[in-house]
Write a protein that binds this ligand. Structure first.
Ligand code: UDP
Length: 368
């Protein structure tokens, strides 16, 4: 055996696990099929602008322990996420708040806003679909302008065929508070995310452009314990079927212009525009440069050759997942962690928390 631990995937789960195990004196190696570390949190430095290569990453948590941990590897600047919605060049504040209702109807008080919602509401006693829920809670105007097109593009499905829980993530407030996240801590690392992974993986052997599945037997024999963070269905060679994921395409455009959109994220909520969001990365860290990078984010149809971003935890996929999880329980020397290996829509803080717990448990059991 070459190593105590082989980690497959250099995202948050794998990098933190390797870091913690190395600190305790274990020999670890990390492999990743991409040409860089950091997984989907990777940021690329384009002349001082840290480009969130795989979509905007805003770190938010209610856990002081998790916040303190990540702050050991970067200085996080306080950040309020308040995207703008563009519907056919009409601009609205997000998430739905008094500014949004003022922009939609000219109303100035919560009572007037509620009255407008009431007037446009399509009542439904037990809303099941996303469309029924949105129409009955927020009314036709909000639904038509801010929800229908965006949701249809993002999920590549009609909101009539989507479950309502998806939209319940989105806050709805009768106050002038346009802050998306209400967690105690919310920030963006000054200098980008990649430095966090560089520091976590300092002194650890990292092999990039290395696909576990291309040489599986070799890698399985290389360590006593494997920490696997790739897609769970791929690990088991799809024996119980393929899981579905949502996937995205990103087009990054560098321009010699100081400021294109004046805000980090604009959601394009009309169906006429093919992309769902544009991201102007310099605004996350308030970087001052004469150039900028704008990213177009577009959902595309999933196939297993593409990069998986979001699990789709509907009944069909969850029942396949349950079969794979039974297999996971039979394995004593493989630890599954992260969004893809758990097939759960975890935020970054949940991954950090779970990596700290899993590595602690592993290290404690090992020393018995
Ligand atoms: N959503 C919408 N309009 C928006 C933003 C979000 O209709 O401008 C809906 C959409 O269905 C989305 C859900 O609200 O899937 C949850 O939004 P969130 O921003 O949490 O989506 P994420 O990209 O994090 O999945």
């Amino acid at each position: 055996m070459m190593y105590d631990v082989l980690v497959v995937g250099a995202g948050f789960f794998g990098s933190i696990f390797a870091h913690q195990a190395t600190k305790e004196g274990l020999s670890c190696a990390v492999i990743d099929k991409r040409s860089h570390i950091g997984g989907n949190c990777y940021t690329r430095n384009v002349r001082g602008i840290h480009v969130h290569e795989y979509g905007p990453h805003i770190f938010h948590t209610n856990s002081k322990k998790i916040w303190d941990f990540v702050n050991r590897f970067a200085n996080f600047r306080q950040f309020t996420y308040s995207p703008v919605a563009n519907y056919k060049d009409e601009l609205y504040s997000l998430p739905f708040n008094m500014w949004t209702f003022h922009q939609l109807w000219g109303v100035t008080s919560p009572a007037e806003a509620m009255q407008k919602i009431e007037e446009t509401r399509v009542k439904c006693d037990a809303p099941k679909t996303l469309e029924e829920y949105a129409l009955s809670e927020l009314g036709k105007d909000v639904y038509e302008k801010l929800i229908r097109g965006y949701t249809k593009k993002q999920w590549r499905k009609d909101p009539k065929d989507l479950p309502s829980f998806i939209i319940k993530r989105l806050p709805f407030r009768l106050t002038y508070d346009a802050n998306y996240y209400h967690d105690k801590y919310c920030g963006i690392p000054d200098g980008g995310y990649t430095q966090i992974f560089e520091k976590l993986l300092q002194d650890i052997e990292v092999k990039l452009n290395t696909d576990f599945f291309e040489n599986r037997e070799y890698w399985e024999k290389s360590a006593k314990t494997i920490v696997y963070t790739g897609p769970i269905d791929a690990y088991f060679d799809y024996v119980y079927g393929e899981l579905d994921y949502r996937t995205l395409e990103f087009k990054h455009v560098e321009t010699e212009v100081e400021n294109i959109q004046g805000v980090p994220v604009i959601n394009y909520t009309s169906e006429d525009v093919p992309w769902t969001r544009t991201i102007e990365h310099k605004h996350f860290e308030k970087v001052k440069t004469d150039h900028t990078v704008l990213t177009y984010e577009k959902p595309v149809e999933w196939s297993k050759e593409k990069t998986p971003y979001y699990p789709i935890n509907d009944d069909h996929n969850n029942s396949i997942l349950a079969e794979y999880n039974k297999e996971v329980k039979k394995l004593s020397n493989v630890i599954f962690g992260g969004r893809l290996a758990k097939y759960q829509y975890y935020d970054m803080d949940q991954i950090v928390g779970s990596a700290l717990v899993a590595s602690k448990k592993f290290l404690a059991n090992r020393s018995i």
